[in-house]
Ligand binder design. Structure first.
Ligand code: ADP
Length: 159
């Protein structure tokens, strides 16, 4: 049985993330979406809220589970018996950082490998920070995130 981990901040989850989740869930028996608690970053949504939002929009995918984690990704992966870490690549700008992370993680734990999925071109520009920026001014985020999550994001900015 192959278990994959798709880690990230997901603050909030976007259609780009969801595309990676849909595609990678078909490549493994079980896909764990690992929501990073990132204590130092002051996220818009708490880890619990981010987990709930992701659960809401992935409930139709049978082999997906959503959990938050703290600490090193490879330790989380090891504790879950995961074989692969899945990351999305949007552009060359993502590449250098992602390669360094993948190599570091492999150095720390050679049992876990990283695979990269090229983003769907439709979502190549999209990031959670774009969603936050546009939403903070009350702009239209309907092309960026699942429709059922829009009100939760606007509510954070009182718009
Ligand atoms: P992090 O804070 O660790 O970068 P993110 O939540 O921003 O986490 O992203 C998690 C993963 O999803 C990363 O691998 C990132 O490259 C990927 N990703 C982010 N946005 C998109 C997108 N629009 N299309 C495809 N992959 C994406």
């Amino acid at each position: 049985m192959k278990t994959g981990i798709y880690p990230g901040s997901f603050d909030p989850i976007t259609l780009g993330h969801l595309d990676i989740i849909n595609r990678s869930s078909k490549m493994v028996d079980k896909l764990i979406i690992g929501v990073l608690r990132n204590r130092s970053k002051h996220p818009l949504f708490s880890a619990e809220e981010r987990v709930d939002l992701i659960k809401k929009v992935t409930s139709d995918i049978d082999n997906v589970v959503v959990e938050s984690f703290d600490g090193l990704l490879v330790d989380f992966a090891q504790s879950k018996g995961a074989d692969v870490i899945i990351r999305g690549l949007r552009a060359v700008t993502d590449f250098e950082y992602e390669l360094q992370m993948a190599q570091t993680n492999r150095k720390i734990n050679s049992n876990v490998d990283t695979i990269f999925l090229a983003t769907n071109i439709k979502y190549a520009y999209l990031s959670s920070s774009v969603v936050r920026e546009v939403a903070s001014y009350g702009g239209d985020i309907s092309h960026f995130i699942p429709k059922e999550l829009m009100s939760a994001v606007y509510a954070k900015y009182n718009v």
